[in-house]
Design a protein around this ligand. Structure first.
Ligand code: SF4
Length: 344
């Protein structure tokens, strides 16, 4: 089967049946194959560490069924205005000191207004000046927005497609799947790196999980970063009582993502706090090469930084570093290495 060879070239013509066949492999076979692909394309001992900050929380007009920031659900998340640049910078410095190489800024908007872009651009410029990679997730982008963010120094734009095209309408009614694809195309054309994935455990079928991965793998370019989230059911949202996905099925999803997008960095994202250390280890083996580290993922909890550092030590993992001179004292890289001394 194509995709079983670790040297399989990057493909954009995956058939649904092929991806379903990967899901259907015996678990140990699937993990073996996924790990072979991972080791052939990535350092399996390195994990890229990002920190995510909500720069504008709550009050979102959209109706994503999983999201506590949607204004229409009563989840106790209070709407806040856009943070000041200096406060964002302070949090970025702390993230850098904790070992993060990428700083992601998220705003609960349907999309930014023209007047919001210069404010976010100022944050991007300042964070970039710390020597960190920058990522933003602001929703649907308007004309020219992607280019303005790129000009400010943005490296990545996160824009998840959430679920398979045929299940999208069950989860979100305030926009179409194609709207997401339009913004993804704007990001690609502007030359930004794409961070794009989805959420599993929202009541979708295995075929729909395969459909999510097919939609991602058949984009014109594979996203450089593919976050695979496990639903964190939040009281007050329509998915509050969603049945938890079987942990091994989640690991399978990571493994299949690894195989069909061999060069992408697969990120173990939301839901990690609900996973045992052993399950996370399986995910790393299956091809996850990135995590969010920090106290909170937008509004849901995230394992404490120290626990993550200890897990890295126990699994002989180390954080992926930025490619700058590691020897020059006082450089960002030196700071990161210093802060990682108790990680590796
Ligand atoms: S996921 Fe994003 S767009 Fe959807 S309701 Fe939440 S903040 Fe708004």
């Amino acid at each position: 089967m194509d995709g079983m060879n670790p040297d399989t070239p990057v493909r954009h013509d995956w058939k649904l049946a092929e991806i379903e066949s990967l899901f259907d492999l015996p678990f140990m076979w699937l993990l073996s194959r996924a790990h072979a692909v991972h080791a052939a394309n990535h350092d399996p001992d390195a994990v890229q560490v990002s920190t995510l900050l909500s720069i504008k929380t709550g009050g979102c007009p959209e109706d994503c069924a999983y999201c506590p920031q949607a204004q229409r659900y009563h989840t106790g998340v209070e709407a806040q205005k856009l943070m000041d640049v200096k406060d964002v910078l302070e949090r970025a410095r702390a993230a850098r000191a904790a070992g993060a190489s990428r700083f992601c800024m998220g705003a609960a908007w349907r999309g930014p207004k023209d007047r919001d872009i210069p404010k976010v651009a100022a944050m991007i410029r300042e964070v970039k000046a710390l020597g960190m990679e920058t990522c933003a997730t602001l929703g649907l982008l308007g004309e020219g927005h992607a280019q303005q963010l790129k000009d400010a120094g943005l490296d990545y734009y996160n824009h998840n497609i959430d679920t398979s095209p045929d299940y999208y309408g069950e989860i979100i009614h305030t926009r179409e799947f194609e709207d997401r694809l339009d913004t993804l195309e704007d990001i690609r054309v502007a030359g930004l790196k794409t961070c794009c994935g989805g959420i599993v455990g929202m009541g979708e079928t295995r075929a729909q999980r395969a459909g999510l991965l097919q939609a991602l793998a058949n984009l014109p370019e594979h996203p450089q970063s593919v976050p695979i989230n496990q639903l964190v059911p939040v009281p007050g949202t329509p998915l509050a009582d969603a049945q938890k996905i079987d942990p091994f099925e989640f690991v399978r999803t990571i493994a299949v993502a690894r195989v069909v997008m061999p060069k992408s960095v697969v990120r173990l994202s939301a839901g990690r706090q609900q996973m045992s250390d052993e399950m996370q280890a399986l995910c790393f083996f299956a091809g996850a090469g990135s995590i969010f580290m920090g106290e909170k993922l937008l509004t849901t909890g995230n394992p404490e930084v120290e626990h993550d550092h200890a897990l890295f030590r126990r699994l002989d993992l180390h954080p992926m570093h930025l490619n700058v001179d590691v020897h020059e004292p006082g450089t960002v890289q030196a700071d990161i290495l210093e802060s990682c001394m108790h990680v590796v």
